[in-house]
Ligand binder design. Structure first.
Ligand SMILES: NC(=O)c1ccc[n+]([C@@H]2O[C@H](COP(=O)([O-])OP(=O)(O)OC[C@H]3O[C@@H](n4cnc5c(N)ncnc54)[C@H](OP(=O)(O)O)[C@@H]3O)[C@@H](O)[C@H]2O)c1
Length: 293
């Protein structure tokens, strides 16, 4: 039976530490870390994610501001909002929740965010710094996963890690952090995607697999070797008439099949999700420390 990597408990522990640091701001007579979130439209999962982020901020003793904008907003109007957030000295960092409506170019929006306030770590300046190993805002999900590996003292040095999915926010930065000359890090990494041939042959060689593709139960027991570690980023809504909401969340890995074969696995929910929000808090605290200093 595998060890379940408890993202929820780990996140709460880190968030309690962050709360203590946030309290120090007040004691020093400066305002607490302040995160703003921009939400465009009513995309249901985004509303849930943003509300969770705001709630977690409050628990960590941060100020938070939610800016809700109508889905018809023009790109120039959104850029105007971004420019205001860049100027506001009371806001340490902010995120623009993705996805944005189709008529808006996400790249143009990301590029407009002040890299010093880009607590999602998506701006090319911050991604470039990550690539070079400089101190910066790391993308929240891969950072949260690295924190989870640290907490459970999982040594990946010299191990073969296979990342499935190459998005700019999860798979690609994950592959970089795992392979970086750092601790945790120093892994040998294979980055796979939808054009990868012989996927199962590759994943069966992995000591650790990070799966982030958005396909429920994609990673099955025959695709992993005994004793491997599985980090499941996927968050898929599958119909479930037994639930009040009509759906339940499930990962990209077949948890039921894998639990008896792997050595460690993250559950969905309660694994990577809470660690992602924690990553965002870590970045916001970092952004606010500059002001504190
Ligand atoms: N728990 C969290 O905090 C958290 C955070 C972020 C995302 N997520 C979840 O993680 C999942 C992935 O998100 P994302 O934003 O990274 O996704 P994304 O931007 O949609 O990218 C999906 C990636 O998966 C690859 N892919 C799709 N089907 C595949 C297949 N059959 N075999 C191999 N690769 C395949 C795609 O390959 P190509 O590049 O070739 O198209 C792409 O690189 C989603 O379920 C999302 O909701 C969870």
């Amino acid at each position: 039976m595998a060890v379940i990597l408890d993202g929820k408990a780990t996140a709460l522990r880190i968030q309690n530490d962050i709360r203590k640091q946030s309290d120090k701001f007040e004691l020093a007579g400066v305002h607490r870390p302040h995160l703003a979130a921009v939400l465009v439209g009513e995309h249901a999962p985004s509303v849930v994610y943003v509300n969770n982020k705001i709630k977690t901020c409050e628990r960590a003793g941060f100020h938070s501001t939610l800016i809700r904008l109508r889905k018809e907003i023009l790109q120039d109007e959104l850029l105007e909002e971004i420019s205001k957030l860049n100027e506001r000295s009371d806001i340490d960092g902010y995120i623009v929740q993705l996805p944005l409506p189709e008529h808006i170019d996400e790249n143009a929006i990301t590029m407009a965010i002040d890299p010093g306030k880009d607590v999602d770590g998506f701006h090319p300046v911050n991604l470039g710094k990550m690539l070079l190993g400089h101190d910066t805002f790391l993308p929240a999900t891969p950072m949260g996963i690295m924190e989870l590996l640290k907490t459970y003292q999982i040594d990946i040095s010299g191990k073969h890690c296979v990342v499935i999915g190459r998005s700019n926010i999860v798979g690609t930065p994950m592959s970089i952090l795992l392979s970086r000359k750092n601790d945790p890090g120093n892994a040998t990494v294979t980055l796979t995607h939808s054009r990868t041939k012989n996927m199962a042959e590759i994943t069966r060689q992995a000591d650790l697999i990070v799966v982030a593709i958005g396909k429920a139960n994609f990673l099955t027991a025959d695709m992993v070797k005994t004793g491997a570690i599985v980090i499941d980023v996927g968050t898929n809504r599958v119909e479930d008439p037994g639930k009040k909401t009509g759906y339940r969340l499930t990962g990209d890995a077949d948890f039921e099949q894998l639990i008896d074969k792997v050595s460690h696995i993250t559950p969905v929910p309660g694994g990577v999700g809470p660690m992602t929000i924690t990553g965002l808090l870590i970045n916001t605290l970092k952004a606010s420390h500059r002001r504190f200093k």
